[in-house]
Write a protein that binds this ligand. Structure first.
Ligand code: C2E
Ligand code: MG
Ligand code: MG
Length: 380
């Protein structure tokens, strides 16, 4: 189907321009078009035609495929005088188009060059982060609003590099997803988190379920479930000790293939959560069919509590979850006003700086030892 798709798309591309265009496939799903004209209006017109190719579903061997394209444009000679430079710069512009939400085109700008440079440095350093012991996990408590106590933890990855300092996951996780190194990172997080949980349990501490963020790329590895179950066995844990957080958009992308896999995890007692809910594209129809247990409302809605729009969205998510038999966790709770609103609306659980910031395992143990359990100030 993939091969046929490439043929169909190539055919459509070759029919687009009313002037001669050099068309080639660079590899994978990347194409290049070279126009003789340096007229930006014509380059943009061609880009729009390319995007229009994907406006409707493509019919490929009985499959209905919805695709999008991201386009980067650069000009000879201002943006480069040889083919390598031009391809590299068009590539940089294309990545920018992807980052801006796909299905669009971007012109190359010289500022993109330094961005590529810093991405390269970040990528190289990230590849040695595990052997160099630069990664660690922070744990943030999940507080149940009925009982007022912590019922679990979310493991959040931290990276401290000697030269670059502390780098935010918002920065290195998307890069790792693109380059594929996310698989190693997520495996490291699972191994480290589960070993930590084992250590705590052996010491008589019970931190509850450990939620781990998992990139959907991880699920593409068909040994993932087997490996996870192996880890649980190794650390004398079972499915009810873990939850996996998956983001909405990535989950919906490949949903039919995902369902049986997710079911296997659920059958093992593992809880599944949809993270950053409300920010992506969810099919409500699939939401019913997916074996998920929890929706995590994205923190951008929580920050806006007090504004009508956000309040209604949160109410709607909680109402929908209730009807579908799902639990709701709100993330990013920073003040009492937000907490009170969520309590009144019947949200089940919360996470946020108000009730506990993500902290290291050592700091968390100290709280345990001081007898606070994980019951934290904000709720009395
Ligand atoms: P997320 O899973 O939605 O995690 C919640 C983020 O909100 C975390 O950011 C957390 O530190 C932050 N946060 C928690 N409470 C508050 C609050 O009250 N106010 C504010 N402003 N922020 C709060 P962090 O640690 O920077 O992680 C960002 C994202 O990176 C995560 O979003 C997750 O998608 C991803 N990530 C983190 N660790 C991993 C990992 O091990 N694997 C994968 N695949 N992704 C990870
Ligand atoms: Mg999360
Ligand atoms: Mg989130």
């Amino acid at each position: 189907v993939g091969d046929r798709l490439l043929q169909i798309v190539s055919q459509k591309f070759s029919e687009l321009a009313d002037e001669p265009v050099f068309l080639s496939r660079l590899g994978g799903d990347e194409f290049m078009m070279v126009m003789r004209s340096s007229d930006p209006i014509r380059a943009e017109a061609l880009s729009r035609q390319v995007l229009d190719v994907f406006y409707e579903a493509l019919q490929v061997r009985g499959h209905e495929l919805y695709l999008s394209a991201s386009i980067g444009i650069c000009r000879f000679p201002v943006d480069g005088t040889d083919i390598h430079q031009l391809i590299k710069n068009a590539d940089a512009a294309m990545y920018r188009a992807k980052a801006h939400g796909r299905n669009r085109f971007k012109w190359f700008e010289s500022s993109m060059e330094s961005e590529i440079q810093s991405r390269l440095i970040l990528d190289t350093r990230l590849r040695t982060a595990i052997p160099n012991n630069e990664l660690w996990l922070a744990y943030q408590p999940v507080i149940d609003l009925k009982s007022g106590s912590s019922i679990g933890l979310e493991a959040l990855l931290r990276w401290d590099n000697m030269e670059l300092g502390s780098i935010s996951p918002e920065k290195f996780i998307p890069l790792a997803e693109e380059t594929g190194s996310i698989r190693h990172l997520d495996q490291w997080v699972l191994r480290t988190g589960l070993r930590q949980l084992h250590t705590w349990k052996k010491a008589g501490l019970n931190p509850g379920r450990l939620a781990v963020n998992i990139s959907v790329r991880q699920l593409e590895n068909n040994r993932f479930v087997e490996e996870l179950l192996g880890l649980l066995e190794q650390w004398q844990l079972d499915g009810s000790d873990v939850a996996l957080e998956l983001t909405e958009t990535s989950l919906m992308k490949n949903i039919e293939a995902m369902i049986p896999l997710l079911q296997e995890l659920v059958d093992a007692g593992i809880e599944l959560m949809i993270d950053d809910f409300g920010t992506g594209y969810s099919s409500l129809n699939y939401l019913k069919r997916l074996p998920v247990d929890v929706l995590k409302i994205d923190k951008s809605f929580i920050f806006e509590i007090g504004h009508d729009e956000s309040d209604s969205i949160i109410r709607a998510i909680i109402g929908m979850a209730r009807n579908l038999g799902l639990r709701v966790i709100a993330e990013g709770v920073e003040n009492k006003e937000q907490l009170n609103f969520l309590m009144e609306e019947g949200c089940d659980q919360v996470q946020g700086f108000l009730l506990g910031a993500p902290i290291s395992a050592v700091a968390l143990e100290k709280q345990f030892m001081e007898g606070h359990g994980l019951r934290i100030g904000g709720l009395e």
